[in-house]
Design a protein around this ligand. Structure first.
Ligand code: AMP
Ligand code: ZN
Length: 466
């Protein structure tokens, strides 16, 4: 079973061959930190987290870098509006972003570099482009000379002529060509700036990723990701910048997620239909949102509606219930012994199915079908009168393995229900009567571990939670 992924650059599913065996260098473009993230932004955040988790489950050592754009026009405007400085604005929304993605169960990135911590590297990158003739200065701005990079358009599969059609003709006499893009912007009076060989200014948007990828990961990386809208111009420009300077491919695999729509409409500021992640998680469990995101293939558009969320909640509940039932049954199961081979084989087959689906361009909806196959198998097993602790544990362990990739099971501490505690106390009393000290101790330990304390009173055993 080999991992294959759809590469936007070649428009094909390709076998994944890492630059270095067992290691993956991965970069995903992060947010401009001028507001709270909305549910659409949640799609790349969750999908690429799952890619990373899956790679790790396959024993790859993943270096996962995602940046913060903490200075640009939008940041400057918003800071003015809020009467704060650009760095203050960035601090607020970086903290909010990290909090939101943590709520969504996203694993921490290896590093979250910021533009403002990399200005020197960015200036050096631009200087190298100027020196090689790929960039030119014009009244304090620096632009990329797109006509010089013969492969400009290769990622979005357009040629320069086509691109010229698409561009709104702006009156900008500083550019040699309308499709040239800005690398360095001269500061207007009062704006945040850094000194550079071209005067006081700040970086354009695209250059930061070229500079940070090279600095933190190297000249060529394995996987570069982001939302579909980043293909052009952002990633096209990143390629033009990096490959002009290094002469090597910037990334071997370019992955782009499709968009999330709301009630079959594009989410947009003008429609006012954006929903913030932090508002959503007041209404629904973050795990339901994750499950919903993963219920569609990442390259297909996904529609957010009350109905689709309800479906996700119901489906996830079936998985969660199976997980809880297995745990509760295990807590009271005393029968031990060999697991029947039929069960072991079936679980192994389902596990292989999951990996095969994920290996096929991260087909999460089909991988989730494998999770349901396991749930069905576990439910069937739970109907038996006598269950084997080792078999219950095997089902639970397999669900955990799936969840290491998907992150959809509830993170709440498992609590014993009152009836379960009472049943355990009865079992313990029985065990003591029959001098089964091992079982009696086992139950006492389990209760202690769950924070339940027992007290012998003249009226019998009382219990309380810590
Ligand atoms: P932005 O804040 O627009 O720069 O977007 C940050 C990230 O979220 C980028 O990777 C975008 O492609 C992605 N993104 C923005 N809106 C959506 C959406 N509605 N659906 C999926 N991804 C989105
Ligand atoms: Zn980028």
């Amino acid at each position: 079973m080999t991992l294959r992924m759809y590469n936007t650059l070649t428009r094909k599913k390709e076998e994944f061959v890492p630059l270095e065996p067992g290691k993956v260098k991965m970069y995903v473009c992060g947010p401009t930190v001028y507001n709270y993230i909305h549910i659409g932004n949640g799609r790349p955040v969750i999908f690429f987290d799952v890619v990373r988790r899956f790679l790790e489950s396959q024993n790859y050592e993943v270096t996962y870098i995602t940046n913060f754009t903490d200075v640009d026009d939008k940041m400057i405007r918003k800071a003015e509006e809020m009467a704060v400085t650009v760095p203050e604005l960035a601090e607020t929304f970086i903290a909010a972003f990290l909090e939101d993605i943590q709520t969504l169960g996203v694993h921490e990135a290896t590093m979250n570099p910021r533009v403002t911590d990399n200005i020197q590297e960015i200036i050096e990158f631009i200087a190298a482009l100027v020196e090689k003739g790929y960039a030119y200065e014009a009244r304090g701005d620096v632009y990329y000379r797109t006509t010089k990079f013969a492969e400009y358009g290769k990622l979005s599969h357009q040629n320069l002529e086509e691109l010229q059609y698409g561009i709104r003709i702006e009156v900008d006499d500083r550019k040699e060509n309308p499709q040239d893009f800005v690398l360095w912007k001269a500061a207007k009076p009062g704006e945040i700036y850094w000194d550079s060989p071209w005067g006081q200014g700040r970086p354009g948007w695209h250059i930061e990723c070229s500079a940070m990828v090279r600095k933190y990961l190297g000249e060529t990386i394995d996987i570069h990701g982001g939302g579909q809208d980043l293909t052009f111009p952002h990633h096209e420009c990143e390629i033009a910048q990096t490959e002009a300077v290094t002469g090597h491919p910037m990334a071997n695999y370019w992955l782009h997620n499709a968009f999330l729509n709301i009630d079959n409409e594009k989410m947009s500021k003008s429609l006012g239909n954006g929903i913030l992640i932090r508002d959503l998680v007041k209404q629904i469990k973050p795990e339901v949102f994750r499950f919903f995101m993963l219920s569609a293939h990442y390259r297909n558009p996904l529609n957010f509606s009350d109905e689709s969320l309800k479906q996700a909640a119901n489906a996830l509940e079936r998985i969660q219930n199976a997980n809880d039932n297995l745990k509760h049954r295990l807590a009271t199961a005393s029968a031990t012994g060999e697991i029947e081979a039929a069960h072991t084989e079936r679980v192994a087959a389902i596990a292989a199915q999951f990996v095969e689906k994920m290996n096929d361009d991260f087909n999460t909806p089909d991988a989730i079908t494998a999770v349901f196959d396991l749930v069905a198998e576990a439910n069937l097993y739970l109907q038996q009168e006598r269950v084997n602790a080792a078999a219950l544990q095997m089902f639970l362990d397999q669900l955990q393995v799936f969840d290491q990739t998907l992150g959809i099971l509830s993170k709440q501490a498992d609590e014993l229900l009152d009836e379960e505690i009472e049943q355990l106390i009865v079992d313990r009393t029985e065990a003591r009567k029959s001098k089964n000290w091992v079982r009696a101790d086992e139950i006492r330990d389990l209760l202690t571990e769950k924070g339940i304390f027992l007290e012998d009173t003249p009226q019998g055993i009382r219990w309380r939670r810590k």
